[in-house]
Design a protein around this ligand. Structure first.
Ligand SMILES: [Zn+2]
Ligand SMILES: [Zn+2]
Length: 342
């Protein structure tokens, strides 16, 4: 349980009995994520104290509720922590990621021995984990679903030059997806040399450390002075959102992927948007179709996420994992519960 900024408490709670359509899953691996780090550091509007947290996980089914036919105890599963309702205005309109209840009916609490998955998630967004995929790799289903959904909203195109701003786990997942999609040239900008070197190893054609050099002339030099064909913003900083039109070519596309703090505003040069026909596109969360594709990409090996895992730590060291991330060490940590009996 996250009980206050920077404070994690372990509580012993009885295992809930799964009701109709529900699954009880023993966590085998849970991953750290930028959202959880933010919640740990300063609290999060959607995670009131005290609250279980963590939302990227994979595990083994330990009990099933009445009516569950697709899974049985002992099954290894990979899942995401939300699913659309299927009946609201947005679900009917085919914009399931914007479902009116998708956020309030999500489930948190992957940093635990067990997680109870509600029926609406079991029905749409839980998959059998193939044996050849580790639990840590399978736990990437949620962040990869977000990234895949971004590519459904604004496709990556083969042969183009793509600029990814931010070399955190999400920027690196965009990089892996871009390679799978056959993007021509991939440039990654970031602040931490360790992560930029990882981006290089994962197939970035060029990296720019914006702590050491000015991004604008570097990107211009790498793109014949035009700017990138597509820019994906993965920092969630208003000043970076604002800079994106200067980094994309005429007629180019910007995907604003990183969420900024609530209430922030940005200003854009109307001339660049109008005369230079630049597209700025926001994107949020994911649809079940994106989850299904992310599952296929992981299971088929088309996206290899293992290099993004900095280390495996016992679940009891969750606070230590966040401290490491806060110090800029590592990219993503896998937390492993000690008492695995599932
Ligand atoms: Zn996440
Ligand atoms: Zn809905």
């Amino acid at each position: 349980m996250l009980t206050a900024p920077g404070r994690i408490e372990t509580r012993n709670l009885p295992d809930p009995a799964p009701q109709e359509g529900e699954l009880l899953v023993a966590i085998r691996a849970a991953l750290t994520c930028g959202t959880d780090l933010k919640a740990f550091r300063r609290g999060h509007p959607k995670i009131p104290f005290p609250s279980p947290f963590g939302h990227e996980f994979a595990g083994v089914v330990t009990a099933v509720g009445a009516g569950v036919r697709s899974f049985r105890p002992g099954d290894a599963v990979m899942a995401v922590h939300s699913a659309p309702c299927g009946s609201c205005f947005y679900c009917q309109a085919g914009q399931e990621n914007l479902c009116e209840t998708i956020m309030e009916t999500k489930v948190l609490g992957a940093y635990a021995d067990r997680i109870l998955l509600p029926a609406h998630i079991v029905a749409r967004n839980v998959y059998a984990k193939p044996d050849h995929l580790s639990f840590e790799e399978a736990a990437f289903l949620e962040p990869l679903s977000c990234v895949v959904y971004g590519s459904h909203v604004q496709p990556m195109r083969p042969g183009e030059t793509l600029l990814i701003i931010g070399a955190g786990p999400i920027g690196l997942l965009h990089l892996l997806l871009a390679r799978q999609r056959g993007v021509g040239r991939i440039i990654v900008t970031g602040r931490r040399q360790e992560r930029l070197e990882l981006a290089r190893r994962l197939g970035a054609d060029a990296v720019v450390n914006v702590e050491r050099e000015d991004a604008l002339p570097q990107i211009a030099a790498l793109t014949g002075g035009r700017g990138a064909d597509q820019v994906i913003e993965c920092t969630g900083l208003p000043e970076v959102w604002e800079a994106t039109p200067r980094l994309v070519r005429k007629g180019g596309r910007v995907l604003l992927f990183g969420g900024c703090a609530a209430g922030t505003t940005v200003t854009f040069d109307t001339g660049r948007l109008h005369y230079d026909e630049i597209t700025l596109q926001g994107v949020f969360h994911f649809t079940p179709a994106a989850v299904a594709e992310a599952r296929d990409l992981l299971a088929g090996g088309a996206v290899q996420v293992a290099p993004l895992i900095s280390a495996r730590l016992p679940m009891a060291q969750l606070a230590e994992a966040f401290a490491l991330l806060q110090r800029g060490e590592g990219t993503k940590y896998a937390l492993i519960p000690e008492a695995v009996d599932g």
